[in-house]
Design a protein around this ligand. Structure first.
Ligand code: DSN
Length: 484
């Protein structure tokens, strides 16, 4: 590959973009070592450029975020936390971690921040362990807690394990749009604690806070958990906190999906989790538009134990990713970010409105956030078939269960659509209308074949749809500054 010299030849000195030079140079350099890997990176760029990215949990990070990860920081071990390390030579990682912490505390107005989790799942695991250790204080736990580590016998450990693991978690069910790490039966969260799920109302598909309260008072969870990956509505965190207080629970929020909407002040007051929750976890890459990674914000009392994320649940942090997080938080602290966040929601509402006008049912009858779940049952196809047909028309999104889905989580009856990435490209409600029509046309022209996976879409409609997608992406190109 020789992208850099082509770029330099085709641009005048003044119009050259340093980030693009770095990006192209790295691609050229990687390709000299591994043409296969460089080829796949290039292919991914081409793929993302030729498809509308509508996966609700994905976005386009800035080139600054991407480049911050491609350097020697990846070589450095820094177990511990800022200014408290188990390895020598960590002062630069300290500076990076401190900068990320300061930026994110400013962004969310949080008392304490921990920026090391490698993912949202890691962040949740650390939060669960921190709460268990901090809050399970029976006389037996206290007695054993006073012993030095080398005084604890195997029997002591077994006693502690039983005491800590006999606690209860109450989170939103997967069926209703909750996340795997919120107590799903095949996830560690349900092995670590006795997990119960609250579900949405069977008729409205909305959260029923009175029903959650009844369940919380019955199950008395140690942790009441709010958050979702496929619920299209704002959550009233003030009400959830009230329930947690009544049930004697620690109130935890996983805001992975909507962190950008909190940062951008779309979710305010009762709908902002930060002032209400004891611990808030998140990812950094969805609506927040940073690198892949996790994050924990908490009340000060949890700070000491969360800072022990390594060795509690992780090994060393990833300094290159913490550097990219710092840059993303700084970007989100800019005055333009609230406009972006507001536009994400306006776009999701425009998309939902148009799909409903075209006769496609949207669960809960709309959206307050960045995502919507469409029920494709009336087209006689499964979510899986819809996902495949739309991908053939160059729309990338994922199949998703609708509440109480008779098709189960593999085939599903729905598709989940998100607007964070399209909004980053600069698209607005007018484009959402065009996309809604493309989706409708494709679903209408798709017929199920003999099983729940296979399908056939009318050729002419497919051609028309892909042409429309191409036109949209020509007007709103993906990383247009990278001229490859
Ligand atoms: N996989 C993410 C999502 O798509 O919602 C959550 O972990």
């Amino acid at each position: 590959m020789d992208f850099l010299s082509k770029y330099l030849q085709s641009t005048g000195e003044k119009e050259r973009n340093k980030a693009v030079i770095a990006y192209l140079a790295s691609l050229d350099y990687i390709s000299a070592d591994s043409p296969k890997i460089a080829g796949s990176i290039l292919q991914e760029l081409k793929d993302q450029r030729s498809h509308l990215k509508m996966i609700a949990s994905e976005n386009y990070s800035s080139l600054a975020v991407q480049l911050a990860m491609g350097n020697l920081l990846t070589d450095k071990y820094a177990e511990g936390f800022a200014n408290h390390r188990f390895y020598a030579g960590c002062s630069n990682v300290d500076a990076i971690e401190e900068e990320a912490i300061n930026q994110v505390k400013q962004l969310f107005g949080a008392e304490f921040a921990y920026v090391q989790p490698h993912s949202g799942a890691d962040a949740n695991l650390i939060a669960f362990l921190a709460i268990l250790i901090e809050k399970v204080q029976t006389p037996e736990v206290e007695r054993l807690g006073k012993k030095k580590v080398d005084e604890l016998s195997a029997e002591d450990y077994e006693t502690l394990r039983k005491l800590l693991m006999n606690q209860t978690l109450l989170g939103m069910g997967l069926n209703s749009g909750g996340h795997l790490t919120h107590g799903y039966r095949h996830n560690l969260s349900s092995k670590l604690m006795r997990a119960f799920s609250y579900e949405v109302d069977p008729k409205t598909h909305l959260l029923d806070y009175d029903a959650i309260e009844r369940m919380a008072l019955e199950t008395k969870p140690l942790i009441l958990l709010a958050g979702y990956s496929a619920y299209p509505r704002a959550i009233n965190f003030a009400r959830m906190k009230e329930i947690a207080v009544k049930a004697g629970s620690v109130f935890m929020v996983d805001m992975a999906h909507f962190a950008g909407l909190v940062a951008g002040k779309v979710f305010k007051g009762d709908f902002d989790p930060i002032p209400h929750a004891d611990i808030v976890t998140s990812t950094t890459h969805k609506t927040l538009r940073g690198p892949r990674g996790g994050l924990i914000l908490a009340k000060k009392e949890f700070g000491d134990i969360i800072n022990k994320g390594c060795p509690l649940a992780m090994g060393g942090p990833l300094p290159h990713v913490m550097a990219a997080k710092a840059i993303a938080f700084q970007e989100a602290n800019k005055p333009s970010f609230p406009h972006y966040a507001a536009q994400i929601v306006q776009n999701a509402q425009a998309l939902a409105g148009e799909l409903m006008r075209l006769g496609i049912p949207i669960t809960t009858g709309g959206t307050d956030n960045h995502l919507l779940v469409a029920d494709v049952t009336s087209f006689g196809i499964t979510g899986r078939q819809a996902e495949g047909a739309l991908r053939a028309a160059k729309l990338t999104l994922n199949r998703n269960t609708i509440p109480f889905d008779p098709q189960g989580p593999w085939y599903t009856s729905g598709i989940r659509l998100g607007t964070p990435a399209l909004t980053t490209l600069g698209m607005g409600p007018a484009e959402m209308k065009i996309i809604a029509k493309v989706i409708h046309d494709i679903l209408k022209s798709t017929k199920a074949k003999e099983d729940r996976s296979r399908f056939v879409t009318e050729e002419k409609t497919l051609l028309g749809a892909t042409q429309q997608v191409e036109e949209l992406l020509a007007t709103f190109p993906v990383y247009p500054e990278i001229r490859i």
